[in-house]
Design a protein. Structure first.
Length: 327
């Protein structure tokens, strides 16, 4: 019996050691789990911060590169009978400009009256486009009213400038895009009958055919292929005249539907210049002036017309191309 006691004691101690080892192992596992959890929380915090930053970048991208809000459509043709929002903006700028004029003329009653008219119109316009509500902060307008009540021109001038900055900042982001969307017709909606082939085609395809015939004149002359150059001239001249007299009327009409005469790019002088190139090309051998006419047409007509018309169309095309990104 006495011999069993040491054995039992040893077994007890072994069990205790095993229990202690198990506890230490569990504690180590628990500590590791806590550390892993802390790391996961840290990673999650970083991911949330990164996601917020990406969202801010996306919002800025939509503001800078995207179209105006769709809710603006209701204030412009064809949805509205007139450019309602533009008219309301004129009604807003009128009293604001009048404040400046009256201030210079020391017409205090006029300044106060025009401020009240401006504030009422400001509040009205601020509620027209929900997406632009933040573009109409109240503080600058309140500051202007306080400055006007003070009667101190030294306070009114800077306060007036603060309101002007609100207008300028919004215009910098949206004015040009709004003009491009609602003032310029989308060329993709225009169909043209090609007078050379008799086929109906999209306006973009028509312009490609027009440019191809024009380029062909120069290429064929450089390669000494006079007959081909003359054929390309006939195609170019025919297409250009049809565009000048018919296609441009798709956009250049007044509200009553009457044609607006074009004074540049497709006017009588432009057609005369193209005719001069044809006469020079018809000579045998071709007159040296043909290349001068060729360059004048490219730089004075084609390029200048593109500088006016392409920016708006390219912007519309980009909105369509990246519409999923800009949602």
């Amino acid at each position: 019996m006495k011999r069993l006691l040491p054995v039992v004691g040893l077994l007890g101690m072994a069990i205790v050691f095993l229990l202690l080892a198990a506890c230490n192992s569990n504690q180590a596992e628990l500590d590791k789990l806590k550390a892993d959890n802390a790391q996961l929380q840290s990673n999650n915090t970083q991911l949330q911060a990164g996601n917020k930053q990406l969202q801010e970048v996306n919002d800025k991208l939509k503001t800078l590169a995207g179209p105006p809000p769709a809710s603006l459509d209701q204030y412009f043709p064809p949805v509205a009978p007139a450019p309602v929002y533009l008219i309301e903006m004129f009604n807003l700028s009128g009293p604001l400009e009048s404040i400046g004029v009256d201030l210079q003329e020391q017409d205090v009653p006029g300044v106060k009256a025009n401020f009240q008219a401006f504030k009422a119109q400001y509040d009205k316009v601020a509620g027209m486009v929900p997406e632009w509500k933040d573009r109409y902060p109240e503080d600058p307008v309140t500051a202007l009213g306080t400055a006007i009540d003070s009667g101190n021109p030294a306070q009114i001038g800077p306060a007036l400038g603060g309101v002007g900055k609100v207008c300028g900042d919004c215009h910098a982001l949206y004015q040009i895009k709004t003009q491009q969307k609602y003032h310029w017709k989308n060329f993709d909606e225009i169909k043209v009958k090609d007078p050379v082939t008799g086929q109906e085609m999209a306006f973009g395809d028509y312009m490609v055919a027009l440019a191809g015939a024009y380029s062909g004149i120069g290429v064929d002359l450089q390669e000494g292929q006079l007959d081909n150059a003359r054929q390309n001239y006939e195609a170019f001249s025919t297409r250009f005249e049809s565009m000048a007299k018919e296609t441009c009327k798709e956009c250049h009409v007044d509200p009553a539907g009457n044609e607006i005469p074009r004074k540049y790019y497709v006017d009588a002088d432009s057609l005369a210049l193209i005719s001069q190139m044809g006469q020079a090309l018809a000579a045998n051998p071709p007159d040296a002036a043909v290349m001068e006419n060729f360059a004048a047409i490219g730089n004075g007509i084609c390029l200048n017309c593109h500088l006016v018309h392409l920016p708006a169309q390219n912007t519309k095309d980009n909105w369509e191309t990246f519409q999923d990104i800009l949602k």
